[in-house]
Design a protein around this ligand. Structure first.
Ligand SMILES: Cc1ncc(COP(=O)(O)O)c(C=O)c1O
Length: 342
């Protein structure tokens, strides 16, 4: 894959200049380690502003760590986590949830979204000591297929989960994209919808490697600070992670960056969706475009544009837009898609 800018991943984009400035500002003298610094206190305050006064935020290094910590904190070893078959947890974490001793029960979904109807058939053998006991639903916002769960859908899922003795976790690696796409505050998709815990993503939205576990209920996550350390996710110089999260949540940076990435994906989806020979396979609701095109066209395009083939079998590709994707890039890429189709 070339070094060219492209549509491979929102992780390929650099760090937002306002975040670099926040890191530079935090680089001022000495500060207490392991979260005892003012930047971490500031970030925690921002999380409370966005997620409500009960929110407890724990900065971590990466999304896999945040997810695994949430799973461990919200379940016992004999309990299972239900997620979509396409979930990052299931397909892109190299068995880290299983390494933590948690079994995943996966559900086929047409579009990456979980619903009570899709999950219900898995709620069997409750009380049977020979079977893992479903305890946690995990949804992604936005999903790995670029779709979003609307606030009312999250609320319905949370209500159903709680009525069945389950908890609801949001893998929010792209929560900002989902909220920006829907034009709602972060709490509308989480706290207000009855979500119990969130893996909050910053890295894909212009941070350098900063995520956070956000626990939304007082009665969950007993001993979480010990758990984070045991999971090797406790940063000694936490101020640099916290300063990034604080910068993201302080003003409108979270929304500005995510809304821009979403708009670029919509622009791309509209441009390529109009081409004969391209089939856009999922609604473009956040910052991803999924499409099927002839393999020969994909191969030609990949000579000059980095992007991933999502499904070798069907030829489906994934094009991700980032906070720094430009309209000119989208237009140039769409023109090259047209040319590659011959
Ligand atoms: C939905 C989702 N969750 C979590 C992650 C976090 O992964 P990482 O451990 O690479 O930060 C990603 C990254 O690709 C993701 O797409």
């Amino acid at each position: 894959m070339s070094e060219r800018r492209g549509f491979a991943s929102d992780n390929h984009a650099g760090v937002h200049p306002e975040v670099i400035a926040a890191i530079a500002d935090a680089n001022d003298g000495h500060a207490a380690a392991y979260g005892g610094d003012p930047w971490t206190a500031g970030a925690q305050q921002r999380f409370r502003e966005h997620f409500g006064p009960a929110a407890r935020a724990f900065p971590v290094f990466n999304g896999t760590g945040a997810n695994v910590l949430c799973l461990e904190a919200l379940t016992q070893p004999w309990q299972a986590v239900v997620c979509a078959r396409t979930a990052h947890l299931h397909v892109d974490e190299c068995g880290a949830p299983e390494r933590a001793g948690r079994k995943l029960l996966v559900v086929d979904t047409p579009d990456g979204r979980l619903t009570p109807e899709l999950v219900a058939p898995l709620l069997v053998r409750i009380g049977d000591e020979h079977a893992v006991q479903p305890r946690l639903l995990s949804i992604a916002q936005s999903t790995e297929l670029g779709t979003v769960h609307r606030p009312e859908a999250v609320a319905a899922l949370a209500e159903w989960a709680h009525a069945h003795g389950l908890l609801l976790h949001v893998d929010g690696a792209r929560l900002c994209n989902a909220a920006a796409a829907l034009g709602v505050p972060l709490r509308a998709l989480t706290t207000d919808a009855g979500v119990d815990a969130v893996s909050f993503g910053g890295t894909k939205n212009g941070l350098m490697g900063a995520e956070a576990v956000v626990l939304l209920r007082d009665d969950l996550g007993d001993g979480f600070k010990y758990r984070r350390k045991r999971a090797m996710q406790l940063a000694s110089k936490m101020r640099y992670i916290s300063a990034q999260l604080e910068a993201l949540l302080r003003g409108d940076l979270w929304e500005r960056s995510a809304a821009h990435a979403n708009a670029m994906a919509r622009r791309l989806g509209a441009a390529v969706g109009a081409l004969e020979g391209v089939r856009v396979t999922q609604p473009v609701e956040a910052n991803a475009v999924f499409a099927v095109l002839p393999p020969a066209a994909t191969e030609r395009l990949q000579r000059s544009w980095p992007f991933y083939v999502w499904d070798e079998g069907s030829g489906e590709v994934r094009w991700m837009a980032s906070w720094d994707t430009t309209e000119d890039e989208v237009d140039a890429f769409a023109a090259d898609v047209r040319a590659a189709l011959g």
